[in-house]
Design a protein around this ligand. Structure first.
Ligand SMILES: *[C@@H]1O[C@H](CO)[C@@H](O)[C@H](O)[C@H]1NC(C)=O
Length: 207
């Protein structure tokens, strides 16, 4: 009986908030495992606030698009909570090329302009639609999807993910922006070598 009471009190008065399970603000200096980061001990309100989504991202790039993440690496308060956010800026003609987030589903809210967005199911069925301000669309975890500006003015969206660290893999970058030998790309994609070389030149691939 006495032991049980001591045990309960030791839980109630344990010094670390993380032990009682309210939250586990990421200690970004530690290692990240599939379960997230370990918890840091000195927590302030600023660990639960992220102000980085107010400003537009820089869209002066090949894809004329910018994704500003508020994932656990930028926003340690989301560690262990199963969610995160990002801001998407699409200049005119901007595109987020076909990509996946291996670790999370995504929901996108258009707040400015018009965005054509879609995904492809694992049965290779295509679902896409032109979205306007106020529309939301959901992209199931792991599926290839894309977004592009469907209007004549810049577009902005905010996206949420069902993971603090959803990951981002862009298909064209995976194929053409690294040193995977061109012959292997030709063999595994059925593309012409000339097309592979062209895409490598555009995206910065070698070999
Ligand atoms: C945006 O990015 C481009 C290309 O990297 C760079 O030249 C430019 O200075 C950046 N603009 C701002 C406002 O940071």
């Amino acid at each position: 009986m006495l032991l049980a009471i001591l045990f309960i009190f030791s839980f109630l008065f344990s010094s670390s908030n993380a032990l009682v399970g309210d939250f586990c603000v990421a200690d970004l200096k530690g290692l990240q495992s599939p379960a997230g980061y370990s918890c840091k001990t000195a927590v302030t309100v600023d660990d639960f606030v992220f102000s980085g989504l107010a400003a537009a991202g820089n869209t002066s790039n090949l894809i004329k698009a910018a994704v500003t993440p508020a994932f656990v690496a930028q926003f340690p308060g989301v560690n262990g909570l199963g969610l995160s956010m990002a801001r998407l800026d699409l200049a005119v003609d901007g595109v987020v090329p076909m990509h996946t987030h291996p670790a999370g589903s995504e929901i996108l809210l258009v707040v400015q302009g018009s965005i054509c967005a879609g995904f492809i199911s694992s049965a290779n069925v295509v679902y896409f639609k032109s979205l306007k301000r106020g529309d939301i669309m959901v992209f199931p975890q792991g599926l290839l999807h894309f977004q592009f500006n469907a209007g004549k003015s810049p577009a902005v969206a905010f996206v949420s993910f069902s993971s603090p660290s959803p990951g981002l893999q862009i298909l064209d970058f995976a194929l053409f922006a690294n040193d995977l030998p061109s012959d292997i790309i030709v063999k595994t994609t059925f593309l012409d070598k000339a097309q592979v070389k062209k895409l490598k030149a555009v995206l910065g691939g070698t070999a």
